[in-house]
Ligand binder design. Structure first.
Ligand SMILES: C[S@@+](CC[C@H](N)C(=O)[O-])C[C@H]1O[C@@H](n2cnc3c(N)ncnc32)[C@H](O)[C@@H]1O
Ligand SMILES: [Zn+2]
Length: 369
């Protein structure tokens, strides 16, 4: 395995040399490293700088990059774990050279998460985090961070796999990226509340081929019940752009308020806010001191997430224009017009052509042209 030193944020570490011809480093490589996940890791640094965690478990660490960065850039006691024996020599080297105080463990993530507790726990698996969520729900004292790269099952394009993993039914339409994020949040909440623990999303985003969620966990049946109040369904008209939210564990049968057609149902999923503005503000404030390689991209994304409305779906401006057979004005103009009429309206981080608004469809239609 040929190695090269790289730098992310303020941290140096060794990684296997990547084959430039491959879009994604193969999961079968001796130790995994994906440069394209730097932005994901950078958000972890910004997040932990805003929280009060004193210990951090990088449960699936590969090169150890997350734990090493967290130790080095956030001053938090880090444990880096990987099940693969192949990962250990490189982890030892990176520890000795760059982060002497980190702890290395060579366990199945579910074993270490069942045996020990950490303030913050990070799960960054190949594909789905579903098999690790139960142990993580007990292991994380305060915070749980999860990456999922199985966006096809989450978003409905591999429907059966998604239903098996998340026990929910997504809808593969123009807002499937947000649907996937909310299915993952809904699943995480179900795995956590069964232990009488509360959950609150601090910051969540979907980008390229992954979903990342940052959760704050608390203790108490009352807190768990409060989290459950945000579980429910999205009903999407089969004929027109109308959609609505319905809270509760049982999906009701309703028809479209606009056109009377039957509705598709998606869920159960998380209907509450996916991020907290105060946290995003805190993350933005930490950017200047953090020397992040993805600074410009993160800043742009966080600013959009900060403004994004909490409603659980967005409209795609091109889909609406095709449906009404109109040629639309610019997205920002549509948003501006809706705001001038007194409605809430925002862009979304999921898609450049996405719009969230509480305006009824006829108002959106008027604002489009
Ligand atoms: C996507 S990589 C982690 C990447 C790393 N966190 C980063 O940011 O570069 C997933 C890692 O999980 C490890 N892994 C897979 N199954 C595991 C399990 N059950 N327990 C612990 N580690 C596991 C693999 O060996 C691999 O190194
Ligand atoms: Zn309809």
């Amino acid at each position: 395995m040929e190695l090269v030193e790289v730098k992310e944020g303020k941290t140096r570490f060794l990684v296997p040399i990547l084959d430039e011809n491959q879009n994604f480093p193969p999961a079968g490589a001796p130790v995994f490293f994906n440069k394209k996940m730097e932005l994901n890791r950078d958000t972890t640094i910004l997040m932990l700088k805003c929280l009060d965690a004193e210990s951090y478990l990088d449960a699936m660490s590969a090169t150890g990059v997350r734990g090493i960065r967290v130790y080095n850039e956030c001053g938090i006691k880090a444990t880096v774990n990987d099940k693969s024996a192949d990962a250990i020599p490189l982890l030892e080297y990176n520890k000795d050279t760059y982060a002497p105080d980190i702890e290395i463990t060579n366990l199945d993530a579910n074993v270490i998460m069942n045996e020990r507790r950490f303030d913050a726990v990070d799960i960054d698996p190949f594909g789905t985090p579903a098999p690790f969520m139960d142990a993580a729900a007990g292991c994380a004292k305060k915070y749980l961070f999860i990456t999922a790269t199985d966006t096809a099952p989450l978003c409905g394009s591999h429907l059966k796999a998604g239903m098996r993993r998340y026990f929910a039914r997504p809808l593969n339409n123009e807002y499937h990226s947000e649907m996937g994020l909310r299915i993952l949040l809904g699943f995480a909440v179900r795995e956590i509340v069964k232990y009488d623990r509360g959950v609150e999303p601090l910051f969540s985003f979907a980008r390229e081929h992954f979903v990342r969620i940052y959760l704050k966990l608390s203790y108490g049946a009352g807190k768990a019940d409060k989290a459950m109040e945000n579980i429910g369904y999205i009903h999407q008209c089969k004929k027109c752009p109308y959609r609505t939210e319905q809270k509760g564990l049982l999906a009701e049968t309703i028809v479209c308020e606009e056109c009377g057609a039957p509705m598709h149902v998606a869920g159960p999923l998380w209907l509450g806010p996916v991020s907290k503005k105060e946290i995003i503000d805190g993350m933005l404030a930490k950017i200047p001191e953090s020397e992040l390689g993805t600074q410009a991209k993160i800043e742009k994304m966080l600013n959009i997430c900060r403004e994004e409305l909490d409603s659980s779906t967005f409209y795609d401006y091109h889909v609406l224009s095709r449906y009404w057979k109109v040629s639309p004005v610019a997205v920002d103009t549509v948003i501006q017009r809706l705001k001038e009429k007194g409605y809430s309206a925002s862009r979304v981080h999921y898609a450049g052509t996405g719009i969230k608004t509480d305006a009824p469809l006829n108002e959106i239609r008027m604002a489009l042209t």
